[in-house]
Design a protein around this ligand. Structure first.
Ligand code: DHB
Ligand code: MG
Length: 221
């Protein structure tokens, strides 16, 4: 099935996702430096992120898990010139690659990359940090429950929270899989259920060039 999913993603991309030299350059540099490409969002998912941001006139974006900054490029494309992205990455080598790709892209909105554990960075933000309009959670899956809670604390009513990779080829349903990442995702689902700060939420499975996975989406009350 994987081959067909990939071909269909290519079909979608060739029709609906315009080529962008910045995005192409980011993927090329990532590949040239020997980093894997499966961690990046698929282009049609990048476009979905862009559209959610555009629909809601978001200006301030928080991203947990920069990796090569490919998704950061999609987030930036959706912002006005005075928009702002705070992105963070836990692994030094990934942060260096992400910073290089961000510098090369010469993006108009301000993009600030911090290196360190997202939970520590978020807790250290100044008390008067303005809430974010859109939050993309894509860092270590083990910490998703913690990231969700911290994100809710940096939100306003109407903030959109998008959590990537919450299905993991169905491993969330495999009782034998007790990896911290999978346990973290299950705990995230439990935390989202009837959360007093969440207005509405859902999750969708996705199949495509990146295999079988999915995302969760929440609107803050
Ligand atoms: C993995 C992480 C991601 O954020 C992603 O989009 C795909 C895969 C991973 O850790 O395997
Ligand atoms: Mg991801």
């Amino acid at each position: 099935m994987q081959q067909m999913w990939t071909e269909i993603d290519s079909y979608i991309e060739s029709h609906l996702i315009p080529e962008d030299p910045i995005l192409t350059q980011t993927l090329k540099n990532t590949d040239d430096k020997g980093f894997p490409d499966h961690l990046a969002v698929a282009p049609n998912q990048g476009m979905l992120l862009q559209m959610l941001i555009q629909m809601n006139n978001c200006k301030r974006i928080l991203e947990l898990g920069t990796f090569a900054a490919y998704s950061t490029m999609w987030l930036a494309r959706a912002l006005p010139e005075d928009g702002y992205i705070l992105t963070m990455e836990g692994r030094d080598t990934h942060a260096a690659l992400g910073q290089e790709n961000i510098d090369n892209a010469k993006l108009k909105p301000t993009v600030e990359l911090k290196c360190g554990r997202a939970a520590d960075i978020l807790r250290a933000l100044p008390e008067d940090t303005e809430p974010f309009d859109f939050i993309f959670i894509d860092a270590d899956k083990q910490s998703y429950p913690e990231y969700l809670e911290l994100s809710l604390g940096l939100s306003r009513s109407g903030t959109i929270i998008f959590l990537d990779n919450v299905i993991r080829a169905g491993e969330i349903l495999n009782p034998e899989n007790q990896k911290p990442s999978i346990v973290g995702l299950r705990d995230m689902f439990k935390a989202m259920q009837n959360h007093p700060k969440i207005l509405s939420c859902t999750a969708l499975q996705t199949i495509g060039s990146k295999g079988h996975d999915g995302f969760a989406l929440a609107i803050v009350k």
